[in-house]
Each structure stands twice: as structure tokens, then as C-alpha cells.
Design a protein around this ligand. Sequence first.
Ligand SMILES: *[C@@H]1O[C@H](CO)[C@@H](O)[C@H](O)[C@H]1NC(C)=O
Ligand SMILES: *[C@@H]1O[C@H](CO)[C@@H](O)[C@H](O)[C@H]1NC(C)=O
Ligand SMILES: *[C@@H]1O[C@H](CO)[C@@H](O)[C@H](O)[C@H]1NC(C)=O
Ligand SMILES: *[C@@H]1O[C@H](CO)[C@@H](O)[C@H](O)[C@H]1NC(C)=O
Ligand SMILES: *[C@@H]1O[C@H](CO)[C@@H](O)[C@H](O)[C@H]1NC(C)=O
Length: 443
Amino acid sequence: MEYSALLLILVLVSLVVEAQIPLQCANIETLTSRTCCPVPDLPDAGPCGANLGRGSCRPVAVPDSKFDAEQKDVRVNWPIQYFNSTCVCGERFGGVDCGECSYAYNDGGNCERKTVLPRKSVAELTDEDWREYVAVLLRAQAFPSRYMVVTVNFTTDYQTLVDSMTRPSVYHMFVWVHYTASNTPGINSMHDMAHQGPGFPTWHRLLILWFERELQVMLGDHLFRFHYWNWLDPTQRDVPFTPHRLGATVDTIVTGDLVDGNWSLICWFDKRNFTRPDNPVWPSYADYQFALSIKNYDVSPYNALVKCTEESYRSYMEGFLNERGADCGDDPMCSPIHNILGLGNLTARPTFLQTGVMGDGSASPNDPIFINHHTMVDCMLEEWIQKYQVGEEAYPTSRRIKYGHRATDYIVPFIPVYQQKEMLVSADNFGAFGTDCSVSATA
Ligand SMILES: *[C@@H]1O[C@H](CO)[C@@H](O)[C@H](O)[C@H]1NC(C)=O
Ligand SMILES: *[C@@H]1O[C@H](CO)[C@@H](O)[C@H](O)[C@H]1NC(C)=O
Ligand SMILES: *[C@@H]1O[C@H](CO)[C@@H](O)[C@H](O)[C@H]1NC(C)=O
Ligand SMILES: *[C@@H]1O[C@H](CO)[C@@H](O)[C@H](O)[C@H]1NC(C)=O
Ligand SMILES: *[C@@H]1O[C@H](CO)[C@@H](O)[C@H](O)[C@H]1NC(C)=O
């Protein structure tokens, strides 16, 4: 299918993109009723497959009764401004209309069996695996998403919302989802609902699961899985960066199959020249073991100002290189990976796009190494969850936590909806990893 990124790029430049609406609910009737409870394509299913026992249409319960009207930020108390009811699916079922299997019961059939497909280290992939994977990525930039993007500020003139909608590709929707969670749409300020707070690990966990499902559906292959890039292991750091993988740098120009396939970027406005230390400090296994030793998930003030010494696993794992994170010293974990790759000296460090998009937090998923990096981050989260045998109760419930990161906030901007705390459970609940995504075991 042909698809042009141009329209989306143009509307994104205007910075008023507002929401991600499933195709089934991107119509005036659904928007007017504020009820996104579609009927799955199954005989006599009823809304949310209720007649088949798959799910039911339920009011969404948001932490506050009203959204932040002054800010006009539809992400606050997501998705209440658009929808006050959505499908809630039973354990085995999933998708916007409960017509799919849940992440855990994704058996390619009737959702009867739990299916665990362990992720691998990218170091285990063969050249043929990489060739297929790069083809999947390129196809995802050309294949239409199952979601529409609203490109105007919210209004109850629903026709205006519908008229403004645009349909990006599967891959560009993935970039956009990250971008919009990180920035306040329509407003010239930042309120980040995916980073610098307790939702960092949980938000990205859902992103990876959701995008993996979008690609499974695109491919018609429920076995498709992402793999993790273990940058803790010095021998694996260069593995993804060859011409037939995610690209290589030759004479400061990035080349390879993705570039030849006209890989395109969206949502990327901040093209300033980043600078970084000449000799990047990669996180070490010792850093990682220290992170694993922190038992508290997060502590006050639940943001980037939490000092590493204050026993916050989340803050330490997320890592900050700037002055706010000075207390992290040489130890911060995950954010530096973006900087090493995105801001890097191209001669010394291959990076997919010479302009450094991986170093731009909001738009970084434009560089597909983001996927393998965040699959790695998720492996680490899982190892921590397993070590302390914790679940939802470990997610802090303080009222000081910023919008979007609160325990019962629905993760922005996803439909079907999941609360932040629901992602802080063993990955067995999502059919991911199995038992062998143990990062420390490879040390
Ligand atoms: C949802 O919104 C619609 C339209 O404004 C309203 O009629 C309905 O009562 C609301 N339902 C709930 C559960 O709040
Ligand atoms: C959208 O809302 C914001 C915040 O109120 C405002 O600054 C901006 O101009 C609006 N954009 C449009 C296109 O109306
Ligand atoms: C990439 O774009 C160039 C220039 O428009 C075109 O000649 C080429 O066929 C494209 N390659 C692919 C794989 O689409
Ligand atoms: C970034 O640096 C390169 C190389 O020094 C230079 O050619 C380019 O103009 C700079 N871009 C900006 C936006 O400053
Ligand atoms: C980049 O790295 C190469 C190889 O390590 C080095 O020779 C070069 O001086 C570096 N360039 C800059 C601008 O740091």
C-alpha cells in the first residue's frame, strides 16, 4: 500500500496534534457518544465482544473528575475528554474491541493458551534474521496504521475533529505516540508523561508491547517479537551497526539498507548540533548491579530531581546526564545511551542518522535502535521485578506525582487503555520474555 508521510509532517510542524484514535472510533457517532466500544468482526459479537464473553463496555475511571481545561491538554486524565467509556477485555482477550487475543494469550488461534515467546539478544540474530527485520521496518514505514491522528485542538465540534484526522504509517504512528507523550500538544511548553517520573519504565513497556502487536497484525504473524540490544556487553555494542543491519557510518555518512530504502523521519524539529563528551561512558555491569540492588521503585519528588543516592530504582535506571542529575556521577544508566548514540562522534561511534535523532528524547524512535534499546530496558525492569517479586503495589500512589505518571493514570495516548501501575507486574502477564531475559546472567 502506498502512503505519503508528507501530510503528517506538515501537520506535525504546526504542533497541534492532539490524540490517537482507533480507526473503529474515528467517526462522528462514536465521538459524539464518547463511547469507544466497537463491535469486533466476529459473528454476533456485540460491542467489545460482550455476547461472546470477550469483554464489556465500561466507563473509564480517571483520577480527577475534570480534565485540565485551562491547559487544554487532552492527555491529562486520558482519554476522558474524547471517550468516557472503552472496552475492558477479559484476561484472554485484547485489542480496541476485544476481538484480538491479549498479550499473554496470543496463541494465533482462540486465545486459549498462554504463549511465551522469549526475546533474544540481537547478538544471536543471523544475517538472515536481520535482513527480514530491516524489511519489516521498511514495510512499517509504508503500511497504514490502525489509528488516526487528530490534528487540531480538542473541540466538541466533532466534525472538525473528524475532518482534521490523518492516517500515518505504522512506524510513524510509533514515533508520534512517543513524541506526543513527551510534549504538550498545542502548547509551547513541556509536560512529559513518558519520562522523568515513575511512569518511565511502565510507559515504555506498553509502547514496546503495543508496537510489537501493530507489527504482528501488519505481518499476520503473531510470533513476531522484538529483541534486545545488550549495550552492557562491550562486545555487543557495535552489533546492530552494519550496512545490512541498522546502518553503518562511512566517512561520516550513514549508509545501509534502511537509508537505501528511503527511511524517513517525522516530529523532528530540534536539529541543533548536540555535543557530548568525547569519550562516552557506557553503563557497566557494576552500574547495572547497583541499579538492581535498589529495592524502592521510586521516591519523592518522583521526577528528574530524585537523586541517585535517594534509593529510587526508576531514577537511577532512567539516568540523567545534565546538571540536574549531577548526583548520578558516572553511574546513570539509560538516558546516556540516547546521548552516546545520538550525539556521538560519527567517526568513533556509528549512529543511524548523522543528525543525531537518537539524542532528541521526543523524536528518538525515528532511529530504530530505539526499539532494541528499550527492549533491553524492559528486560532490566523485568529482572528487577523478578528479584523483588513485586507487582502493582510497588508503584507509588503519592498525589505529588505529576499528571500522566500517577498510578491510576491511563497511559497516554494509548487505546485500549492501561493504567501505569498495571504495567509494573511480571512480564508473564504479557507473554514476553519467558525466563531467559536475565541481563545480569550474561555478565
Ligand atoms: C459519556 O458522555 C456522554 C456524552 O456526553 C454522556 O451522554 C454519558 O452520560 C457519559 N457516560 C458516562 C458513563 O459518563
Ligand atoms: C491550541 O490551544 C493552545 C492552548 O490554548 C493555543 O495556544 C493554540 O493556539 C491552539 N491552536 C489552534 C490551532 O487553535
Ligand atoms: C528512494 O528514493 C529514490 C529517489 O526518490 C528512488 O529513486 C528510489 O527508488 C527509492 N527507493 C526505494 C527502495 O523506494
Ligand atoms: C552542525 O554542524 C555541521 C558540521 O560542523 C555544520 O555543517 C552544520 O551547519 C551545523 N548545523 C547547525 C544547525 O548548526
Ligand atoms: C572522533 O573520533 C575519532 C576516532 O576516535 C577521532 O579521531 C576524532 O578526533 C573524533 N572527532 C571529534 C570531533 O571528536
